[in-house]
Design a binder for this molecule. Structure first.
Ligand SMILES: [Zn+2]
Length: 173
């Protein structure tokens, strides 16, 4: 394992396990991050800093970011099994390695930003996921991504037409 700096000034480092092209993931993460409006980035970083203080974990000021093969505890999304996860109130984010490597850059940035949108919503909207309602939460994420200029519909369409390039639960290592 090694840490790859993404945006060190915002506490962003990838915990790189070698399950995907980590350098490419870090670079696309950097671009996705820069596409998010500054006031939203600030709200996200403030959320991570607060979590670091609350937990007393100084390293908690930085979120935990990783790319993994399919994880058995990833929860099921509204339409298909989850391929990324935002946990610990938005302080631990993980993405499926098979999806990361298969998605073209533009859609990978959207895939990354999807989890950051959850963090932003956790930071700014106490109702986000409060009742465990996936569909409402995902709709909020969709709208947030649209406001940030990411096209989730285009990513979903690409995934629909390129299913054979994407891992399935059965074939995932
Ligand atoms: Zn989501």
């Amino acid at each position: 394992m090694r840490l790859i700096p993404i945006v060190p000034t915002s506490g962003l480092y990838l915990t790189a396990w070698g399950h995907c092209d980590d350098a490419r993931f870090a670079e696309q993460f950097r671009l996705a991050w820069k596409q998010i409006p500054m006031r939203c980035r600030k709200a996200i970083v403030a959320h991570w800093l607060l979590w670091g203080k609350v937990t007393g974990n100084r390293k908690g000021a930085a979120p935990f970011l990783e790319v993994l093969p399919y994880k058995s505890d990833w929860e099921r999304g509204p339409s298909r099994y989850a391929v990324a996860q935002c946990s610990q109130g938005g302080n631990s984010l993980s993405w499926n390695s098979g999806f990361v490597d298969a998605l073209p850059d533009e859609h990978l940035r959207c895939f990354i930003a999807h989890e950051l949108a959850h963090v932003f919503l956790f930071a700014t909207d106490p109702t986000h996921f409060a009742d465990g309602d996936y569909e409402v939460a995902e709709l909020q994420v969709f709208q947030t991504l649209e406001a940030w200029g990411f096209d989730e519909s285009a990513r979903e369409e690409w995934e629909m037409w390129n299913e054979e390039k994407l891992p399935t639960r059965a074939t995932e290592d």
